[in-house]
Structure formats: C-alpha cells, structure tokens
Design a protein around this ligand. Structure first.
Ligand code: SF4
Length: 298
C-alpha cells in the first residue's frame, strides 16, 4: 500500500500520487500515459485524472502496479472498477487479446496477456497471482496453456498452472527458471502451441527467449506479436527498440534473432517491457528494417 509520507514531491498536487517505493517498471505510464509518466528514476503523476473514465483508468494503474507504489484517497480507491483487468486490446480473428494488468514484482512489472480462443485460452507470461484475475479468467473459460517468453517473466507460473491445470511452455534453455514446465522446446525451430499460435525461439536477451505469434502470416489480418523483452516500441522516438544494455545473454545473438522476424506481418506488438504499439499495413517491416540497420555492426 502506498504511503502518503513517502509521496514523491514530483507528483502534481491532487489525490493520486506515486511514492518512493516505485521501481520504475513502466507499468503505470504504459497503461495510463495521460496521467503517469517516467520522471528520473521513478514514475510520477503528471496530471490528475478527471472524474469518470479517467479516474477509473488511474485506479486500474493502482491495481497493476507490482509494488503498490501508487496511492489515492480511500474514497477514490473504493471506486476501483470491479471488472477492470483483463482489459481488451484487440479482437483478432485468431483470438481476443487482453492485457492482464496485475503486474508481478518478480518479473519487474512485465506485462502479461490473455488470449481468449475457441481452441482454449492462453496466458502469455505471468501476471501476479490474485483472485479477481483468476475469477475473470475463469469466467472466460479458464486456461488451456501458459506460454513464457523467457526466464524473467515466469513470476507466479506455478500458481496459475495449479489453478487452471494448464500445461506451461518455456524454452529448454530457460527451463531452470520454470521447473515443472510441461513443454520445453529446444533449438530454434518454431513450434505450434495451438493452431494459429506459434512460438519462435529468439535467443539473445536470454538464451531461451521466445516470441509468440498469433495468426498466420498469410492471413489477411495482421498478426499479434508477443515479444517478451526481445523488442518493443519506443513511444517517445516512434520507433522499434531493442537494448544491448538490457541484454542478459548475447547481444550478437539477439541481433541475429531480430532478423528472424522479418517475414512477419505484425499489427499489434505486445512486449513484456516497453510500449505496446499498433502498426498499420506494411509498417512493421519498414520499422524492423530501420531497427536492424541501427543495430548492425559497422
Ligand atoms: S507501476 Fe508502480 S512501480 Fe511501476 S513505474 Fe508505476 S508506480 Fe513505479
């Protein structure tokens, strides 16, 4: 629970605030950039929400924060939407895609996603385990599988698997982070979790990093790419980004793995960290080409 006595002075005055326990994970300003922003090494409230829809969104940021660093008055907190997360991102022909909120500290606030599909629902990376989200997933039909992009974002995988009896997928090279995972593909060949949902090994950020792709490349609809920490959108510079600074295994391999995504036709890019983004037709390949040019060795 956020503490008023730890309220950061950088917050604008008003009922919502970020306190000094913020770990700068980005969850709040990615979810609600209208009111939260990165400010130095921590977040702050830069504009107070108006009553109604804006306040509801800010209250969901309170829920999503992995370390309870966002505070508001008790009266406002009582208005937290009961049916908040998961929040719909897009209705794709291959499945409805939701942002789970409820970020986990163990995954440094990484974003996780729920894909609701006729073939069975899939959880991509692990949100913080909690009852409201469990009930919301149950109401949508439970989970048929859980996919983990890499070792950093496994968080509460055991509890989700236990709650829904679903098998877990993690690459063999990151398997030690999720012992007990039922499916551990090896090597770099793509594998299908279900019809229309593919995992592509993209070693680099970690040895066992994988991205998940919803939808087929030859479909008219653009694909949804769950990219873990392999790459993400940079809202400020309006470009794709990947980081050598935050590469834990091999930057050379990560660059090579970026090139493996050139055949995709991505609409939504949904990363673990960094900004989400919706591309128009043809935009993905030009942005990826620019990223590859920027990371190429001279
Ligand atoms: S979600 Fe919480 S920990 Fe993450 S940046 Fe915002 S206030 Fe900080």
């Amino acid at each position: 629970m956020a503490r008023l006595r730890k309220r950061r002075p950088e917050n604008v005055s008003g009922p919502f605030y970020v306190d000094s326990s913020c770990i700068d994970c980005g969850t709040c300003w990615q979810w609600d950039p209208q009111h939260f922003e990165d400010h130095g090494d921590q977040a702050r409230v830069w504009a107070q929400p108006q009553p109604g829809v804006e306040t509801a969104r800010a209250l969901m940021a309170v829920q999503a924060c992995p370390v309870a660093a966002i505070g508001a008055t008790p009266a406002l907190l009582r208005q937290t939407p009961a049916q908040g997360f998961p929040a719909l991102i897009t209705r794709h022909p291959a499945g409805e895609v939701y942002y789970c909120g409820w970020a986990a500290r163990r995954s440094f606030g990484a974003s996780s996603y729920l894909v609701v599909r006729p073939q069975g629902n899939v959880l991509v990376d692990s949100p913080r385990y909690n009852q409201p989200l469990t009930q919301a997933i149950t109401a949508r039909g439970g989970l048929a599988a859980m996919v983990m992009s890499h070792r950093d974002d496994v968080a509460d995988h055991e509890r989700w698997a236990e709650a829904f009896g679903c098998p877990r997928w993690v690459h063999h090279a990151d398997r030690d982070a999720a012992p007990g995972a039922e499916y551990c593909p090896e090597g770099e060949d793509p594998v299908w979790v279900q019809e229309g949902l593919q995992l592509i090994p993209t070693p680099g950020h970690t040895a066992g990093s994988m991205v998940a792709v919803l939808g087929a490349a030859n479909q008219d609809a653009l694909q949804v790419l769950f990219s873990g920490d392999h790459l993400w959108w940079n809202r400020k510079h309006q470009r794709l980004a990947a980081s050598q600074q935050y590469c834990w295994w091999s930057w050379r391999e990560q660059v090579r793995s970026l090139a493996k995504l050139q055949h995709l036709n991505v609409g939504w890019l949904l990363p673990g960290h960094g900004d989400r983004h919706c591309f128009g037709p043809g935009e993905w390949r030009s942005h990826l080409k620019a990223l590859l040019a920027s990371v190429a060795e001279p």
